[in-house]
Design a protein around this ligand. Structure first.
Ligand SMILES: C[S@@+](CC[C@H](N)C(=O)[O-])C[C@H]1O[C@@H](n2cnc3c(N)ncnc32)[C@H](O)[C@@H]1O
Length: 360
């Protein structure tokens, strides 16, 4: 598959959506660690950085990173209480040169932020920067690869073992569907024959993103999220990972501002909120309706014992605490659960569990 030099063309809508999610996650993530007492360094690694901007001056990930750091530091006026470092890598020489001058210029107005740049292949940049990722640090890793090959099992497992590290990677999932007959595709993504049998051009990214659960080491508490992006007739997407409920909670809040887990009508719900149906359950997006059903059986079957279990269950299913709250509320309204107060939120997750009371 030929790789386009996208930066000579303006970013398309799908790319803008991808970058918007990156921007909004960064906006949520930075303050958590700027205000944290557990870290002394905050680090953002952009391994496939590109030149900084597209031909029309739209911000690429390096510009977004820089602007979000500046804004988090109150437009550069605040002296950070922690060290903040930004790392940018770009393999292509000419893009790297543009990137390098862009960063040098941007740094003049933000000298309190440390910066490293590399003009290397991803794998070698990862090896060089990996030693910086341990200790009392918080890391956000952005892997905006072309195609599907760079996030190998080894890289994935290494990233999962790093402390306080969230990642976002892009994957051309459409390629996985297109090349499903080619045995080599299985070397790059953890999809199985069963996954392939359910895969189509629309759901491909959901299935590909979900397949990475197989690479989570046994016994490790880890949260994955996904967002499908349609570009023309192809579906690509982002995979998000965090070892902490707060990380996935924040990612999901951003994702739900943009439609849940896709920038298009992935379940063909065709909902028109201006013409609501007489029966509200028919107005529910499929994803929410399915989740409520799964939540109901998990609660009534006692697989979920407490409010904390419900909170983590919602995050693992790509849903917000508010979806779980609505689900529990309707169980109480339908007399399937006795009336009771159950706080479902990140704040409540940090406190003592509250046992769910059932009728029997
Ligand atoms: C999808 S673009 C990333 C765009 C960038 N995040 C932005 O917002 O502008 C992928 C970039 O990675 C670079 N690239 C491709 N393969 C690479 C590799 N193996 N190592 C490092 N960079 C690579 C490409 O030159 C391209 O600029």
């Amino acid at each position: 598959m030929p790789i386009r030099n996208m930066h000579k063309k303006p970013f398309d809508e799908g790319t803008q959506d991808k970058l918007q999610l990156y921007r909004e996650y960064l906006r949520e993530w930075l303050p958590v660690f700027i205000n944290s007492k557990y870290v002394d360094t905050i680090q953002i690694f952009d391994f496939f950085a590109g030149p900084g901007l597209d031909i029309n001056g739209n911000q690429g990930s390096p510009a977004i990173t820089w602007i979000e750091i500046r804004d988090a530091l109150r437009f550069g006026k605040k002296e950070p209480s922690k060290k903040i470092s930004a790392y940018f890598n770009e393999k292509d020489k000419s893009k790297y040169q543009i990137l390098s001058s862009y960063i040098d210029e941007a740094r003049v107005n933000l000298p309190q932020v440390a910066c490293e740049k590399l003009n290397e292949d991803f794998q070698s940049a990862f090896i060089q920067w990996k030693p910086h990722m341990n200790g009392p640090v918080a890391n956000l890793l952005f892997f905006d690869q072309n195609g599907v090959k760079e996030i190998t099992k080894e890289i994935f497992e290494t990233v999962l073992k790093l402390p306080r590290t969230d990642f976002i990677f892009f994957i051309s999932s459409a390629m996985v569907n297109r090349f499903k007959a080619a045995p080599e595709i299985r070397n790059y993504v953890p999809v199985t024959d069963e996954d392939f049998s359910m895969m189509n051009g629309t759901n491909v990214h959901r299935i590909v993103a979900d397949s990475y659960r197989r690479w989570i080491p046994t016994g490790l508490e880890y949260y994955l999220g996904s967002f499908s992006i349609r570009k023309g007739s192809n579906v690509y997407g982002l995979v998000f990972g965090s070892g902490h409920p707060r990380g996935i909670d924040k990612f999901l809040k951003v994702a739900w501002k943009h439609g849940g887990d896709a920038n298009f009508d992935i379940d063909h719900d065709g909902l028109n909120t201006s013409q609501m149906q007489m029966f509200p359950e028919f107005d529910k997006p499929t994803k929410i309706a399915l989740f409520e059903k799964e939540l109901e059986s998990a609660v009534l079957d006692r697989q979920l014992a407490t409010n904390k279990d419900v909170y983590l269950f919602s995050l693992r299913n790509g849903m917000l605490a508010s979806h779980a709250k609505d689900g529990l509320k309707s169980l109480m309204q339908n007399k399937k659960l006795p009336e009771q107060v159950l706080h479902i939120s990140y704040g409540a997750w940090k406190k003592t569990d509250v046992e769910i009371i059932r009728h029997f």
